[in-house]
Write a protein that binds this ligand. Structure first.
Ligand code: ATP
Length: 247
């Protein structure tokens, strides 16, 4: 049984039909990439998985760990073990790195999750010491205001904050390397690799095929709301994907 399964998912923004029967699976321990250019529907796929609205899923199913989570709300999905690092980096710019790591997600939804978890028994997926080990640059800058960090450092902080959520099994990263300088891209990518080594299953959304294929075990290519290719990284490398991707 796969950890995550999308089975013919159709998603809409109002009457606008965006995902047109997306099916994909992620097994425990894998790093799977979802590739596709601007507007292909990658973020819509992530939002459909986590129950963020919009979009609205009106057909097909999302299953996580054998349970049908299609109609679950975002809080419950997070509590169920799926963490998301959204495309827009979420950090508190006026707080220091360390203060950011003491808090968790910003939106009310996430706050509720964290509060409820705090009352329950869940523990952070990674504690502060582990996060500093994973992102030494954050430790060096622990007293610096997050708003003064570079784009790459803010991305690291955004990933680290998500890992403060309790008991995650799956981490969804929406274009984590977008807009970053090449040197810092390498560093973010190797941290993601390390996160996977520590036992999290990872789904990484990318436009940049080179980065994604360096990291992933398998991948899917999305175009106009449909999966047009899938396979191992080696298979995807052999395909002529230029028309669907930024190469
Ligand atoms: P990008 O790399 O630009 O983020 P993407 O592959 O993630 O692209 P999506 O953001 O999923 O693409 O967008 C897919 C389509 O859905 C686009 O045509 C976009 O205009 C549309 N769309 C996205 N969000 C909304 C919304 N809130 N309301 C209406 N349409 C939307």
């Amino acid at each position: 049984m796969s950890l995550l399964e999308l089975d013919g998912v159709h998603a809409y923004y109002g009457e606008s039909h965006i995902l047109r029967g997306v099916s994909m699976t992620i097994d425990e321990g894998e790093i799977v990439t979802l590739l596709g250019r601007n507007g292909a529907g990658k973020t819509t796929t992530v939002r459909s998985i986590v129950g963020a609205e919009p979009p609205e899923v009106r057909g097909g199913a999302v299953r996580f760990d054998g349970q049908d989570i299609t109609d679950w709300e975002e809080d419950d999905v997070v509590m169920g073990g799926i963490g998301v690092v959204p495309e827009e980096r979420r950090v508190f710019t006026h707080l220091t790195v360390e203060e950011n790591l003491k808090l968790s997600k910003i939106t009310t939804g996430w706050w509720n999750t964290v509060r409820r978890r705090a009352r329950g028994d869940g523990e952070s997926t990674m504690d502060q010491a582990e996060l500093y080990e994973l992102f030494p640059r954050l430790e060096e800058r622990r007293d610096q205001e997050a708003g003064t960090l570079s784009g790459g450092e803010q991305q690291m902080l955004s990933i680290a904050r998500t890992l403060r959520l309790p008991d995650l099994d799956l981490l969804l990263l929406d274009e984590p390397t977008e807009g970053l300088a090449p040197q810092i891209v390498e560093s973010v990518v190797s941290s993601i690799d390390e996160i996977a080594d520590r036992g999290l299953t990872v789904m990484i959304i990318e436009q940049n095929v080179r980065q994604a294929l360096k990291l992933a075990d398998r991948g899917y290519v999305l175009d106009q709301g449909r999966i047009v290719h899938e396979g191992s990284v080696a298979e995807l490398r052999d395909e002529d994907l230029d028309q669907y991707l930024v190469v």
